[in-house]
Design a protein around this ligand. Sequence first.
Ligand code: GAF
Length: 387
Amino acid sequence: MKERLTEKFRELYGSGGDIRAYFAPGRVNLIGEHTDYNGGHVFPCALTIGTYGIARTREDRKLRFYSLNFDQMGIVETGLDELIPNEVAGWTNYPKGVMWAFEKRGYKLPHGLDILIYGDIPNGSGLSSSASLEVLTGLMLKDIYGIDVSMTEVALIGQYSENNFNGCNCGIMDQFASAMGKKDNAVFLDTETLEYEYAPVALADAHIVITNSKVKHSLVDSAYNDRRRESEEALMELRRVIDIKTLGDLTEHEFEEHKSAIGNEVCRRRAKHAVYENRRTIRAVEALRNNDIELFGRLMNASHISQRDDYEVSCEEIDLLVELAWELPGVIGSRITGGGFGGCTVSIVRKDTVDTFIQTIGKAYREKTGHEAEFYVVDIGDGAHRL
Ligand code: GAF
């Protein structure tokens, strides 16, 4: 891939100079959904698909971007002194946002860049193509300009740019997984303290399978931001009766004891999900460490129900995929993964039933929705790195 992209880079921008190549992965979250902006835990892993970037510095302050995923846009030209979000600029708002965020944090970007991007994460699948592009850009700037910034900070800068430049109030999970992922491991992250541990995902006779619904409902970002606001409203009300910093501080029991302080029924359900999902995630990691994969699967199923009924981030197509999976022998657990409102499910499936899983679900889903689902048997890869 590196050679092919470097050749394309030379074709576009000419040869010579110090041309560098980078990769930042997408992620799949195993459990711990919508907990990362509620002070809870998450358990994602980095994928082997993601975003590739080739870059070379320029002598002036110009920026030139080209994406093989958006050939029709051609070379997009802008400059380091023009870092403002702009609808026409499409995908380039993500790397521009990261550059803006670096400068905001006081890291000077002394000169411009020529950049070529290629991503192999399916569009709109919810497997974090934008977070991987942000982390890729952060790593590129860190390496090319020799900026002394940790990869955790690169993740935080990516999140900051997404929140403040691109208008989605996401948590830290996606950028963190892309920056800090580790081959064959999931990252058990406390999103309040940013303390994390790697947990080996050795499933013996099972695979992680992602099913792409190929559906993405509109208004995803605004619905996501609404969920965040509703959770925060619930937190404010709970704080009047119990001394907590985040919803992640609460046990299920404490929540049940104090939930009547939340006046609005919808906000109460949002908070319930955040509290219970956090506890499920902690239990699920413990189950994995004890090789109790059946319990891990049951917690995944409960996570789905909670997102469907209390957090309301699922949709018909995703519920169908999950319910079809639950009916099949050999499926240990299945749930919606990522931000929601379409995108993907994640399932743990016994190796000898993976083919049946793909055929049976693919066929039933096609018959009922007219959509062609896609399936990926997951390899867990490393976090962002130079190639
Ligand atoms: C999206 C967000 F970007 C993450 O921060 C996280 O909140 C996730 O949805 C839901 O768990 O991927």
